[in-house]
Design a binder for this molecule. Structure first.
Ligand SMILES: O=P(O)(O)OC[C@H]1O[C@H](OP(=O)(O)OP(=O)(O)O)[C@H](O)[C@@H]1O
Length: 380
């Protein structure tokens, strides 16, 4: 039997054992006291709208966690932008979901942070091809969360193979420096040509052109070696050699064009964030973005009880009572008690009814929603 990895299993999460110890003690104590109040609990990052928007993600996993319990759950649609007020509300006997809080917040917090940064990158480079390269920066058990969040934010694809299997999308990518080095220094042509011969016709021929020598030199050698087969070149110049990367990319573009190779696209990777994308978006066709998405700060969600046995109740600093969040036609948001009339489109929609899932998930629709919301509100 191989040694297990330090990974909490899906079964453990589903059973509610992926929890903080104090929830186990809470359950023990309430059981001991014969109490199981009917509560409303809400997930929020900010009590009031802040006009600083983030993308709601992780909801599909959250629904899988909460399903099958005697609870009703309302939540924002996946991909919706929010800036305050509840993103989810859970109603039912507290003991049915008390021990799920830790995993629930984890599902929502990290995915929402990553999807938010992915959308920021997409907004800065609306016409570029964007691939997610950040799986290497996170624990492998959450690679699919990274890639799904990147897609949700508007990325075109991602590099992680197993995530592709889970998400039913094919992983894409270029070639690593390791491949070029494996053919020996000075033999870049051999590496590029062997790649061209070896991989399926459907794989784009994108040669990595920065391993041993000047980028322009390697790009022109790749164009010679692969001829018409060459689709793109990837420039991943290491940080210590970057200098003026925009100038380098423009020079690569110029020299390709000067040889009639306008068809060869330039793809850039390595430490890219929105500032770098802004600087390069008019001179490169595509980008590989890793850490900016995968290492995004999680959204600071909390779960709080806001009503107990039909009466408003909350800890100080939190607003009591079951709420609804509304968006008005001008992109404004406001929060109001759920049982009052209010202007605008209500954003919290049914997710579970008595533990049954009453919503379908469609990642493309969620992406469209995020991009449309970002255009409608002041998202930066
Ligand atoms: O910097 P990030 O945005 O997080 O992007 C992730 C990585 O993707 C590229 O690596 P590459 O595929 O070139 O790796 P290699 O040097 O191992 O071949 C880039 O140089 C980063 O190390």
């Amino acid at each position: 039997m191989p040694e297990p990895f330090d990974i909490v299993t899906p079964e453990t999460i589903r059973e509610g054992r992926a929890t903080d110890a104090y929830f186990e003690r809470t359950v023990e104590t309430l059981d001991h006291a014969g109490k199981n109040p009917h509560v409303v609990a809400e997930v929020t990052a900010d009590q009031f709208p802040t006009a600083s928007f983030e993308v709601f993600a992780g909801i599909a996993d959250a629904a899988r966690l909460l399903a099958g319990r005697s609870i009703d759950v309302d939540a924002l649609a996946e991909g919706r932008l929010f800036d305050g007020g509840p993103v989810m509300s859970i109603e039912g006997p507290y003991l049915d979901f008390a021990r799920l809080e830790t995993a629930l917040l984890g599902f929502l917090s990290q995915a929402s942070g990553m999807a938010t940064n992915a959308l920021r990158a997409r907004r800065v480079a609306p016409d570029a091809s964007l691939l997610s390269f950040g799986a290497r920066h996170v624990h492998p058990s959450i690679a699919a969360v990274v890639e799904r969040s990147a897609l949700l934010g508007g990325f075109d694809g991602f590099s992680h193979v197993a995530a592709g299997e889970l998400l039913d999308r094919e992983a894409s990518g270029t070639m690593p420096h390791a491949l070029v080095i494996a053919f020996g220094k000075g033999n870049q042509e051999e590496a590029w040509t062997a790649f061209d011969e070896a991989v399926a016709d459907s794989v784009p021929r994108i040669t990595l052109c920065d391993t041993y020598s000047d980028e322009v030199d390697e790009v022109l050698r790749a164009a010679d070696a692969l001829g018409e087969n060459l689709d793109s070149v990837r420039i991943d110049t290491t940080g210590s050699r970057r200098g003026d990367i925009r100038h380098i990319i423009r020079e690569v573009r110029w020299e390709l064009d000067a040889r009639g190779r306008e068809d060869v696209e330039v793809f850039v990777s390595g430490g890219l964030d929105p500032d770098a994308l802004r600087e390069l978006r008019d001179v490169a066709a595509g980008f590989g973005v890793g850490g900016y998405v995968s290492n995004a700060d999680p959204v600071d969600f909390a779960l709080d009880i806001v009503a107990i046995d039909g009466e408003p109740a909350a800890k100080r600093g939190k607003l009591s009572g079951k709420k609804q969040v509304y968006r008005t036609d001008d992109g404004g948001h406001h929060v109001a008690l759920a049982d009052t009339d209010s202007e605008g489109e209500p954003l919290l929609e049914p997710l579970l009814r008595d533990g049954e899932l009453v919503r379908e998930f469609d990642l493309d629709a969620a992406t469209d929603r995020a991009r449309a919301d970002a255009a409608a509100v002041d998202f930066a």
